[in-house]
Design a protein around this ligand. Structure first.
Ligand SMILES: Cc1ncc(COP(=O)(O)O)c(C=O)c1O
Length: 444
């Protein structure tokens, strides 16, 4: 099938995510990717593109890592799927043990056993990992003597996924407004990344907890880095303060590490940057290395204990593909590659180059603001126009001509590439971003 045929079929039938389809059908010349390998996407015209965002932040070990492909094929030959309903299997059991062993706080001897993230509930993707946490928190309180605890405190700018529950705890107005009548009520507090600092946001969290001490089911956060909000960074102190405040009123902290988990920020988990152990921790994206959708919600022994007892106390939740053996086998191999290839060590070596490059861009090019970087993320703003602004898209076009796939977030230009990108490839990526931004700001 040639490129034109694929595009024609696509434009006739495929409805793309987060895409204004009328303009897409009329104007967009999409990338037609035929192969993906390592940090590169290869298109139907034989051109190669450096994938600057790991294909929506999932391919943290590059595309088609041979060990992941091998693990997938091997598992597929034995048992591609079986439900977790009254059934279990080695990949799910082994992965749960491995996740519990690396979870925040796992190695802390001072931490009481009930506060360890020792239980793993599997689901399909980042949105469902969050949905699981929401329901876990609500049901836990409902059946453990705190039935009024149904409200969630969430941060302005938060993004937690696409389901109605995950959208309800989201804080990006554009993604919420149209669904407003369907969403449950939450308490929004300012983002700790906003001007005014984390202390202002924390004061609002404290105020909300004080106002509704027996109504708050949980505070939910993207720890340290709000991705979809435009790569907004905030101080780990905020996370520590929120952890202490939630402990004071004895409510839950949910850490959504769907984006930040497994090395993106330089630490194994962003919670580790603050030394914080949440009550629930959501993982997806990097967990299955870009091979297939797979997610896990880790919960403490205490949360889990709240579901023990009769049948009516069970968590009534479970997707068809919950704990899918293919996903679990690939996730185990992802964790093995992190160990064997010292992925966190690689990030530590590369992170300063990213930070320096974004700082240099802001220092040398007019109109750029707020250069920021953490781990394998670098970002800078080309204006203050928000998600629908177009400057980032002009950089996208300029980058595409240079062989980079650089999807922006409105006016925010960012990179979140594979964590194991070779040094020279990272340098080429950073140079390409800089040239593309320069072309756009000079042409203004
Ligand atoms: C922090 C966070 N949570 C949840 C999600 C939703 O994940 P998924 O798209 O896999 O449903 C995302 C997706 O970008 C995310 O960044």
């Amino acid at each position: 099938m040639n490129r034109a045929d694929i595009v024609a079929l696509d434009k006739r039938h495929v409805w793309h995510p987060y895409t204004a389809m009328e303009a897409y059908i009329a104007e967009t010349d999409p990338l037609v990717v035929v192969r993906a390998e390592g940090p590169y996407l290869h298109d139907a015209d034989g051109r190669r593109y450096l994938d600057a965002n790991g294909s929506w932040w999932v391919s943290t070990l590059g595309h088609r890592h041979p060990r992941l492909v091998h693990a997938l094929v091997q598992q597929a030959q034995e048992m591609p799927h079986v439900s977790l309903a009254g059934v279990t299997h080695a990949p799910a059991a082994l992965l749960a043990r491995e996740l519990a062993a690396i979870a925040p706080g796992a190695e802390r001897e001072d931490l009481p056993a009930e506060e360890k993230l020792g239980r793993v509930f599997y689901s399909d993707d980042g949105s469902t990992a969050v949905e699981v946490a929401i329901k876990m928190a609500a049901q836990h309180w409902a059946q453990n003597g705190r039935p009024k605890r149904t409200r969630f405190i969430t941060l302005s700018g938060a993004f937690h996924g696409e389901t109605v529950g995950a959208t309800s705890v989201g804080g990006v107005p554009l993604f919420r407004e149209v669904f407003g009548p369907l969403l449950f009520d939450v308490v929004h507090v300012p983002s700790p990344a906003e001007e005014g600092g984390w202390e202002r946001a924390f004061a609002e969290v404290e105020r909300a907890l004080a106002a509704h001490p027996d109504e708050v089911a949980a505070v939910i956060v993207e720890p340290v880095l709000q991705g979809a909000a435009g790569m907004q960074l905030y101080a780990p102190d905020f996370l520590r303060a929120v952890r202490e405040a939630t402990r004071r009123v004895d409510t839950f902290l949910i850490a959504d590490e769907v984006f930040t988990g497994l090395g993106r920020t330089g630490a194994r988990f962003a919670c580790d940057l603050a030394g914080v152990v949440p009550d629930m921790l959501c993982l997806a994206k990097a967990l299955s290395g870009g091979l297939l959708p797979f997610a896990a919600t880790l919960a403490t022994e205490r949360v889990f204990a709240g579901f023990l007892g009769g049948g009516e106390r069970a968590l009534y939740y479970g997707h068809s593909y919950c704990g899918n053996p293919l996903g679990a086998a690939v996730a185990r191999e992802v964790l093995a590659i992190y160990r064997d290839e010292d992925v966190l060590g690689q990030v530590a070596r590369k992170a300063p180059r990213i930070a320096a490059a974004f700082q240099r861009m802001a220092d040398t090019l007019p109109g750029l603001t707020r250069p920021r970087a953490l781990g394998m993320v670098g970002a800078v703003d080309l204006g203050g126009g928000g998600y629908l602004a177009r400057s980032g898209w002009r950089v996208y076009e300029a980058a595409r001509r240079r062989g980079l796939y650089l999807r922006p977030l409105g006016d925010t230009v960012y990179i979140a590439p594979a964590l194991n990108l070779p040094d020279d490839t990272l340098d080429a990526l950073l140079a390409g971003v800089e040239e593309s931004v320069r072309e756009v700001v000079r042409g203004r």
